[in-house]
Design a protein around this ligand. Structure first.
Ligand code: MN
Ligand code: MN
Length: 286
């Protein structure tokens, strides 16, 4: 059950109202990464959650987000209030001025209505927790940008509080995910196809007009990675698994390809002629 206490989670005081900034603040009231979205996402995930320990976490944080909604709504209302009867202010946000009378409503800063489409609720606890970690990171960066766009000390105080709590939640969701003990890349129950899962497809190749490089890094080399250069021009290594002939392989892949798919030999021949295969960037040679 919910109960309202007539006290804000964080006391809000502002100096001179800034209607234009109030419009920006709506992003955290009725926007995609805002407090209502956070409150609904975690609370509804909690209703779906069969794990009583992490359900408690989801309900705790979902409820705190409702308190954040009240804080940011109060702060936004203070900045928007002049819109009701001040003609100059009304020009800063006509929708709020004319339709809303200077009050907050569930719109984002562009006047788009809040929508359940913002919510990420999969019914798979570890997948939901990953969404929540990302949601907290987004909320944090939006608060940071808002702080950078105001000089009002009271407004900054409230936003600093709200921003800090998002990192708190990010830490809690991360710890909850780790405490489930699932390997990082274990999602659901059906395992990915061996071989294919470790192939990195270098689908954007060459050097750009401004020197944009073709890069090797820990996201495509080392460990179990198998680098496949321009897979569109490579033959299939295995029709069964969908793997491609890896770049710079020792021939094992090519042998496998010729033994399993003789009909693709001509494709492989063509790919060997293609410039993208011949001309490599220095990064690739390294
Ligand atoms: Mn929040
Ligand atoms: Mn949060």
């Amino acid at each position: 059950m919910y109960h309202h206490i007539k006290q804000l989670m964080y006391t809000v005081n502002i100096g001179v109202p800034d209607p234009r900034f109030g419009n920006m603040l709506l992003e955290q009231f009725g926007g995609a990464n805002g407090e209502l979205a956070a409150a609904m996402q975690y609370s509804i995930q909690g209703i779906n959650c069969d794990d009583p320990e992490r359900k408690d976490l989801l309900m705790d944080i979902g409820t705190e987000e409702l308190s954040h909604l009240e804080v940011v709504g109060t702060l936004t209302r203070m900045h928007l209030k002049p819109l009701k009867d001040n003609r100059h202010a009304a020009h800063e946000d006509p929708l709020i001025a004319i339709a809303g009378g200077g009050g907050v409503n569930l719109y984002n800063s562009m006047g788009n209505p809040w929508t359940a489409d913002y919510l990420k609720i999969t019914g798979e606890l570890d997948v939901d927790l990953r969404s929540n970690i990302a949601a907290e990171a987004r909320a944090k960066i939006v608060y940071e940008r808002l702080i950078n766009f105001t000089d009002d000390p009271g407004t900054i105080d409230a936003l600093q509080f709200l921003m800090s709590r998002e990192i708190t939640h990010m830490k809690a969701f991360t710890a909850a995910l780790e405490s489930m003990g699932k390997p990082t890349f274990s999602i659901g129950r059906i395992p990915p196809t061996p071989g294919l899962v470790d192939q990195y497809f270098n689908d954007s190749t060459g050097v750009g007009d401004k020197g944009e490089p073709d890069v090797r890094g820990p996201w495509n080399q080392g460990g179990t990675w198998e680098f496949v250069h321009a897979p569109a021009f490579q033959a299939l290594q295995s029709d069964v698994t969908g793997t491609r002939v890896p770049d710079g392989g020792n021939g094992a892949g090519a042998q496998s390809s010729s033994s399993q798919g003789a009909g693709r030999a001509s494709q492989e021949g063509e790919s060997k002629m293609h410039p993208s295969k011949v001309k490599k960037s220095p990064a690739q040679k390294a």
